[in-house]
Ligand binder design. Sequence first.
Ligand code: PNS
Length: 161
Amino acid sequence: MKKLAIYPGTFDPITFGHLDVIQRACELFDVVIVAVLENAAKTPLFSKEERVEMIKEAVKSIPNAEVDVFDGLLVEYAKQKGAIAIIRGLRAVSDFEYEFQMALMNRKISDGITTVFLMPHEKYTYLNSSIVRELARLNANVDDFVPEFVAKKLKEKFKKN
Ligand code: PNS
């Protein structure tokens, strides 16, 4: 049976840090579904369609990476997909507390799915989507942090606002 993992997140937008985690996960699992949370409590800058489109473009050269949208409980979605694992990236100790709580709660709700933490390359330790959005909003160059087409989308987004 194929070993399937879910990599969930808001991906607003996808960064090189996310991509690094996806590549690592794809080496460990037969299939990795990058799952975009539809109704995030925080209002995303990009619509779910835009986020999905950017991720699809970013992972198009990784044959065992898929992209999907989910809503509601992550473990329910993971079960429905037949996943054995949830992937999360851990950059620094500051990520740990929130991730630890989420992983333990997910295990409490559904014991059959294991959360696997992967560390992206240390050059991405300081990188997250909100910093990228902030830089782009202030017209700074984000080419080192996101794929070219994402940087372009960010530029367009802030030009309109
Ligand atoms: O990229 P993010 O915003 O850090 O991802 C957070 C995400 C989507 C993984 C988390 O908010 C989530 O799983 N939401 C779905 C609802 C859910 O299952 N909540 C219970 C978590 S213990």
